[in-house]
Design a protein around this ligand. Structure first.
Ligand code: SF4
Ligand code: SF4
Length: 109
């Protein structure tokens, strides 16, 4: 599958597949933090996660739209580091897309 085939705006699978956890100071109630703290939950003393990614079925509270159709991250410029780390076509991406049966690489039913 060519990289051009991984259109994140028509996917969103990775925003609805994994717990998105990160160092607490990435949230905007810490100096220099960006992630809206009100959209996060504490995970012990040092970590937070995006709300909606700590439960099943997973869906980040910041995700807008329908997975596999048309989606957007409502805090794109403020999103936490794990979101920036996922790259279209990498292992996490492929597993998430497979889980949601997005794209031609998904198993047929
Ligand atoms: S699963 Fe891959 S293609 Fe889909 S939104 Fe995430 S990075 Fe983009
Ligand atoms: S913050 Fe944005 S990019 Fe990260 S999981 Fe949530 S919707 Fe997806």
């Amino acid at each position: 599958m060519s990289p051009a085939a991984f259109d994140c705006q028509r996917c969103g699978a990775c925003c609805a597949a994994y717990r998105v956890s990160f160092y607490w100071a990435e949230a905007d109630d810490a100096p220099g933090g960006t992630v809206p703290a009100g959209l996060t939950l504490p995970l012990g003393p040092h970590l937070r996660c995006m709300q909606g990614t700590e439960t099943q079925p997973v869906r980040c509270v910041a995700l807008r739209g329908e997975v596999g159709q048309r989606v957007a991250c409502s805090i794109y410029d403020q999103r936490p580091s794990p979101c920036c780390a996922v790259q279209p076509g990498d292992d996490q991406c492929l597993r998430a897309r497979q889980r949601h049966r997005v794209g031609a690489d998904a198993p047929t039913a």
